[in-house]
Write a protein that binds this ligand. Sequence first.
Ligand code: GLN
Length: 487
Amino acid sequence: MSNVHTKTLAQLAAGLRAKEFSSAELTRLFLDRIEASQPVLNAFISVTREQALAAAEAADRELAASRGGTLTGVPIAHKDIFCTAGVRTTCGSRMLDNFVSPYDATLVAKLKAAGVVMLGKANMDEFAMGSSNETSYYGPVRNPWNTDLVPGGSSGGSAAAVAARLAPAATATDTGGSIRQPAALCGVTGLKPTYGRVSRYGMIAFASSLDQGGIITTTAQDAALILREMAGFDANDSTSVDTPVPDYAASLNAPLAGLKIGLLKEFFDKGLDPENERRIREALATYEKLGATLREVSLPNLPLSVPAYYVVAPAECSSNLARFDGVRFGHRCKEPRDLLDLYKRSRGEGFGAEVKRRIMTGTYVLSAGYYDAYYLKAQKVRQLITTDFTRAFGEVDVLMGPTTPTTAFAIGAKTSDPITMYLNDIYTIGANLAGLPAMSIPCGFVQGLPVGLQLVGPHFSEAKLLNVAHLYQRETEWHTRVPERYA
Ligand code: GLN
């Protein structure tokens, strides 16, 4: 079992089939790593050892009988935003500290049906609102490359867990960058699918028109294997799209000759750290070697994405989070005097500062008199940005640029200034506003810290993105690097 934790999910799946190890052995190995790392990294909110071992034993019986699918017996982590029957789902909030969902999210159910074993629930920013995993009620997650630094957010637990090889993969969600941004800062591969590709049923809502479930892995090949199982139409999510799910792994090796890559002019701006830019340019040169051509494209409205997002997302969150009223779900204050007191104190005690800030902003921009000036205006800007992307995809196959302006920053460095924090999302939000699939893949290091290259494609181009990412990973070894302490 030496170095088994550094194997990719594809290798682990093959090892299980070849009986090199059992699912129970594998599951125990990752559970032990999680538990050993917890005091430092804090990547998990719940570790579900007993359920995991029971599921692993069931998977081993399937494997012994030569039954099951490609992923049978492979252990992974779920972001704690996905409802899991019988296992608490906190969404990183005191509000849901004791919440046990009566059902599984569709994504969880699909992976369970595929034989995947859940190791536990990954830490995250409260209600997925954050860029650094510092808004979690359960404390910050630390970056495995340097534990004084943030792992990124909101899927910081998922990204840190995969980076430290506590799990070969972890589910995640991306409303404005929460899969790609932590993937970049932790040096792992993150895939945010097209809006509607993966069901949102049972994924606790933040901003419903932006939220999308996806996956963090070490390789594009692993992301292809998992996406195949997660994606698809779901009658329980009216925005899930009824279009066939391709075999993403089948096209991973398609040659890139003639691929037209667009460089997002607006992303190579003065906010981008020069050393980070250098790593991105080197990655682009690798693509040229693989036969791709580069051309600069401009999306003139893209610089408006942060202000538009920080109107639309809070507006939707203020509506979605209205359900947490102390009556039906989650935290209830002690001895309420009357109904109003119950609402006020339950919400006041249950939500943290960032969530409250968003609810207040959202309520304000939706209120009579301000709706036209803010919300409607932001929706118009959103449409302009979407049109910019559509125009760009008339010229190029895939857009590339940085995922983040800098490498990981220090814990506490940006918590006192929300605007500075929001600006971390400057390169990721556009894809969410337009509902596009996007990835972040490791493309080098700056002073020992990982840098992410972002890929954005047209709607439902996941197969192409995974192909483009996979061929880069065949040429390079950045994605195989593991932080020393976890190697
Ligand atoms: N950082 C962004 C925010 O705070 C995006 C979060 C996300 O994608 N869930 O809203």
